[in-house]
Write a protein that binds this ligand. Structure first.
Ligand code: NAP
Length: 343
């Protein structure tokens, strides 16, 4: 495993982070624990979860992923070996079963954080992230930005609330997710005025969605932020498993067809081309896709997801794959002709 320091923290994290959002629906507790065991064994010390998991969001299974991680900590006694990240849910009418108030008010943060800590059977989180901004932004597949004049800027107040938990020892650091360059810089502005600094941004980033290279990568490097890419395999598309009209059994998009973000024509076309490159160089498309992300200078640790230990083994194994200039040039040539088919 390779390790790095999450910028502006004293957290030493593996460059592969274990995502968890399938545990509690697609995966049982035993399967989640088996993935955690394997990850720990292979040197992965960084876990990402959220109060809204497992996915798809559902009142019956909400919180199940954190509970599965909590029962693993209780069983194994390894909380202090792991760097644990979770998230508070942002505004979205589909998640009102979690809380009526899905803002980042003091009341909402109190409710979210304390319930997460209880389910996770721990008294602190290493990283607490805002799952998506309070204001409307173009995320989760939307290309266009629709401006909402009515949003009231609560960023300074949110930082103040979060800082109380830092002082109480309940969270060590705070981070962002699904954030834009404007949002990131707005938080940095508060940090320059003396507020605590958001240390990381967790966004979708993969070969079918390289949008963050355009604006956010510079913000990440110049502001010394951690970047934690999620969905690095585009929901499994970048394993090649959906090519040639395949509908693999038990696979995410077969089970949940409305998860179609990475299933547009452009994504299939680009994936076929990326697969050709991988085959020409005797690589698995999966490992080539993960290595490409890890090799970007603005990427801190890639959040991988898996539904079997075999998948997880392949994904963690990508840590020792290094793409040559020739392969990167070939990838960039495809990207130039089919840029960001799945934003
Ligand atoms: P992903 O890499 O795009 O997709 C992972 C899925 O692809 C697996 O669940 C599995 O699904 C399939 N897969 C993975 N490895 C494979 C392999 N080697 N061979 C064949 N199939 C493979 O990642 P993701 O699950 O979307 O996201 C990873 C993590 O990021 C999540 O667990 C979560 O912690 C985080 N995340 C955060 C946000 C956010 O808004 N902040 C959003 C999404 C995810 P099947 O077996 O079902 O095909």
């Amino acid at each position: 495993m390779q390790y790095t320091i999450l910028p502006n923290t004293n957290l030493k994290i593996s460059r592969i982070c274990l995502g968890s959002m399938t545990w509690g629906q697609q995966n049982t507790e035993a399967e989640g624990h088996a993935q955690l065991d394997m990850a720990l064994d292979k040197g992965v010390n960084f876990i990402d979860t959220a109060e809204m998991y497992s996915v798809p969001g559902n009142p019956k299974t909400q919180g199940s992923t954190e509970s599965i991680i909590g029962s693993w900590f209780a069983k194994k006694g390894v909380r202090n070996k792991m760097v644990l990240a979770s998230k508070i849910t942002g505004p979205n009418r589909f998640f009102e079963h979690i809380r009526k108030d899905l803002s980042f008010s003091k009341e909402a943060l109190d409710d979210a954080l304390h319930k997460s800590l209880k389910r996770l059977q721990t008294d602190y989180l290493d990283l607490y992230q805002l799952h998506w901004p309070e204001r409307g932004v173009n995320i989760f597949g939307s290309r266009d930005y629709i401006h909402n004049d009515a949003w009231e800027d609560t960023i300074a107040a949110t930082l103040e609330h979060l800082n109380l938990y830092v002082k109480q020892g309940k969270i060590r650091y705070m981070g962002l997710s699904n954030e834009t360059p404007w949002g990131a810089m707005r938080y940095m502005e508060e940090a320059r005025k003396g507020a605590p600094k958001m240390v990381s941004i967790q966004n979708a980033y993969n070969l079918l969605n390289r949008r963050d290279e355009i604006g956010l990568s510079e913000v990440i490097l110049r502001e010394d932020l951690g970047y934690l890419p999620y969905s690095p395999l585009a929901f499994g598309m970048l394993t090649g498993k959906y090519l040639n009209g395949a509908t693999p059994r038990h696979a995410r998009v077969t089970l949940f067809p409305n998860y179609s973000r990475y299933h547009g024509d452009g994504s299939f076309e680009a994936t076929r081309k990326y697969q050709e490159i991988a085959q020409q160089h005797d690589l698995s498309l999966t490992q080539m896709s993960l290595a490409f992300i890890r090799q970007q200078p603005f990427v801190t640790s890639t959040i991988v997801g898996a539904t079997t230990v075999e998948q997880l083994q392949e994904n963690i194994g990508s840590i020792s794959v290094n793409l040559s200039e020739e392969i990167i040039t070939a990838i960039n040539t495809v990207h130039a002709t089919i840029p960001n088919p799945a934003p």
